[in-house]
Design a protein around this ligand. Structure first.
Ligand code: NHW
Length: 458
C-alpha cells in the first residue's frame, strides 16, 4: 500500500506528460476510449538524434543470429532483477526469437541504442502488434516489452527517450494505443495481478534462497509436501499439434470472450504462441497440451500451456539458474456449463497435470545442442483474463544441456488472472511478494479486477 501512496503524479516528471491516467483518477468510473487523438500528419517521420552524444539509434535485424545474440547478452546482464539482486530474468535467445517475431512483427519496432565508436548495444525497447479487446472494443495495439538500459547508463532519463521513440514508430504505423506490464508502479494500472509460485523442486529453491523453510516444518516435510505423481491423470491428454490449432482457437476465443480484457488471436497467432517449433525455438520455450475427448469423436474439450523463463541466480555456482514455468493460456468447455464446482474440479485436475508435466525430469545424457544456441530468460506477458475480466500477455548453457523435450522445471508460476484463483490454493501455490501491473497507453478504461485491490494492495 505504501508503494501506491508514496509517489503522486507530480513526481513522475515523464509520465505526467503522457496520455495515461493519473493515480487519483484510476478508480473513478470513466467513459472508455482514447485519451488523446493523434494527428498522423504531425508525427515526425524520422527519429531525432539520440539524446546523448556518443550513442545512436540502431534498428535491429533479429533475423540475424548475431544481433539476436546481442539483445540476449544485454538482457542477460542488465534486465529485471528482484529487489535484493538475487535473481535476474534470463530470457533465452529462443524465447526472444519467439516473443519478438510474433505474427505481424516489424523490424522497426526492435529498437536498439549503440555506442557510436564501439558499436556495443547498450539499450533496447521493442513492440509487437496485438489485437486487444477491452470490454466491447477491439484495439489495434502494440505490446511494448524488453525495455532495458545498460547498468552504466541508468538514471540519466534515457528510458523516456526510448519510450518516446517507440511511441513515434507506433504512431507512424497508425497504432495509437499500447499495452505493457511492469512490476513497478507507474501512473496508472488498468489492472494488477499477484504472482503465485508452486515449488516443483523445493530443495533447490530453498538452497538458492527463493523458498524459506517455514517455522515448525522440516526439509523432509517440505519435500514431501510438493511431491507429484509421475504420470498425468486426465484421459485423452496429449501434446498439442499443428492440426489442433483451429479447435484450440475456437475454444480459447470463446473462453477469453468472457474476460474484460484479452488479446484476440488469429489462427496464425495461436500456432505461433502455442505450438513448439524448433525452427523458431531450438531450445523449447512453450509447452501446450490438449484434451481430446474419446466420447465426443475426438473433440478438443480443454487445453493448457506454459512457457519457460529461467532466472539467473546471481553469484551461485552450484545452481546458476532457476527454471521457471509460467502458466500461459488455457481453456475448458466446463467454463461454459454454468457449474462453478465442476469448473473448479476440472481446472484443478488440469493444472495438477500441468505441474506433473512441468516437473518431468530427463537429465540423462543427451545429444548436445548446437553450441551456438545459448539459453536465456525475462517476465513475459500473458494478457489478463480474470473471472470478471481475465488477459493472460541464458547464459551460454552452464547448466546441464537440456533436450527440446525436457521440462524439468524447478517452480511453476501463475498470476491471479483468468480462473486461476479457483486452483491456486488447492494446487499448493503460495503468494509471492511480486505483483504485475498492466498498463494501457493512450486509452482510458475502467479498472479491471486482477486479483489485487489497489486500495489495500491485497
Ligand atoms: S518492465 C521491465 C523494464 N525493464 C527493466 O526493469 C530492466 C532493468 N532496468 C532498466 O533497464 C517490461 C532500467 O532501470 C529502465 C529504466 C530502462 C527500466 N516502464 O532512464 P531513467 C517492459 O519492458 C520511468 C515505464 O532515468 P532508468 C515494459 C520512471 O518512472 N517507465 O531510468 C516497458 C521515470 O519516469 P518518471 C519506466 O532506471 C514499458 C523514468 O523512466 C520503467 O535508467 C515502457 C526514469 O528514466 C518501466 N519499466 O531506466 C512504456 N522504469 O515519470 C511503454 C522506469 O517516473 C509505453 N520508468 O520520472 C507505451 C509506448 C508505446 C505507445 C504506442 C501507441
Amino acid at each position: 500500500a505504501s508503494q501506491r501512496n508514496t509517489k503522486d503524479m507530480a513526481s513522475h516528471k515523464f509520465w505526467q506528460t503522457q496520455p495515461v491516467p493519473k493515480f487519483e483518477d484510476a478508480m473513478k468510473p470513466v467513459e472508455e476510449g482514447p485519451i488523446k487523438i493523434i494527428d498522423p500528419e504531425r508525427v515526425p517521420k524520422e527519429a531525432p538524434p539520440f539524446a546523448v552524444q556518443g550513442f545512436e539509434w540502431d534498428t535491429l535485424d533479429l533475423t540475424d543470429e548475431h544481433q539476436l545474440q546481442e539483445v540476449y547478452e544485454l538482457l542477460t546482464h542488465h534486465y529485471v532483477e528482484d529487489d535484493e539482486a538475487m535473481f535476474r530474468f534470463n530470457y533465452s535467445s529462443s524465447f526472444l526469437n519467439w516473443a519478438l517475431k510474433a505474427p505481424g512483427w516489424r523490424k522497426d519496432w526492435h529498437i536498439g541504442v549503440r555506442a557510436t565508436t564501439s558499436r556495443r548495444l547498450v539499450a533496447f525497447i521493442s513492440g509487437i502488434p496485438v489485437s486487444l479487446r477491452v470490454r466491447k472494443t477491439t484495439l489495434s495495439c502494440s505490446e511494448i516489452n524488453f525495455l532495458c538500459i545498460h547498468k552504466k547508463l541508468r538514471s540519466k532519463r534515457l528510458a523516456p527517450v526510448l519510450i518516446q521513440e517507440v511511441t513515434r514508430r507506433c504512431y507512424v504505423q497508425g497504432v495509437f494505443q499500447a499495452i505493457y506490464t511492469a512490476g513497478i508502479l507507474l501512473p496508472a494500472p488498468v489492472s494488477t495481478c499477484r504472482y503465485f509460485h508452486r515449488s516443483l523442486n523445493w530443495e533447490k529453491l530453498y538452497e538458492v534462497g527463493f523458498s524459506p523453510l517455514p517455522a515448525g516444518s522440516t526439509k523432509q516435510r517440505q519435500i514431501a509436501r510438493y511431491k507429484l505423481p509421475k504420470e498425468t491423470e486426465t484421459p485423452g491428454l496429449r501434446p498439442m499439434e499443428t492440426k489442433d490449432v483451429d479447435a484450440v482457437l475456437d475454444l480459447l476465443t470463446r473462453y477469453l470472450s468472457r474476460m474484460d480484457i484479452a488479446q484476440e488471436f488469429s489462427s496464425e497467432e495461436v500456432a505461433h504462441w502455442l505450438v513448439h517449433d524448433e525452427k523458431v525455438c531450438p531450445e523449447q520455450v512453450v509447452w501446450s497440451y490438449v484434451v481430446e475427448d474419446p466420447n465426443q469423436s475426438g473433440k478438443i474439450t480443454e487445453f493448457f500451456s506454459f512457457y519457460c523463463l529461467e532466472s539467473t541466480v546471481i553469484g551461485n555456482t552450484k545452481h546458476p539458474t532457476i527454471r521457471a514455468a509460467y502458466l500461459f493460456y488455457y481453456a475448458t468447455e466446463m467454463a461454459f456449463a454454468g457449474d462453478q464446482k465442476a469448473l473448479k474440479e476440472r481446472l484443478n485436475r488440469l493444472i495438477h497435470d500441468a505441474l506433473v508435466l512441468a516437473k518431468k525430469v530427463g537429465l540423462s545424457p543427451l545429444p548436445s545442442l548446437p553450441s551456438a544456441t545459448p539459453s536465456l530468460s525475462l517476465s513475459f506477458l500473458p494478457l489478463i483474463p480474470s473471472p470478471s475480466f481475465p488477459i493472460p500477455l541464458s547464459f551460454p548453457s552452464r547448466a546441464p544441456q537440456l533436450t527440446p523435450t525436457q521440462a524439468n522445471f524447478d517452480v511453476f508460476n501463475a498470476l491471479t488472472l483468468l480462473h486461476n484463483p479457483l486452483f491456486l490454493e488447492d494446487q499448493k501455490f503460495g503468494a509471492g511478494d511480486g505483483q504485475l501491473n498492466y498498463y494501457l497507453y493512450n486509452y482510458r478504461a475502467n479498472y479491471i479486477n486482477g486479483g489485487v485491490d489497489p486500495k489495500t494492495n491485497k
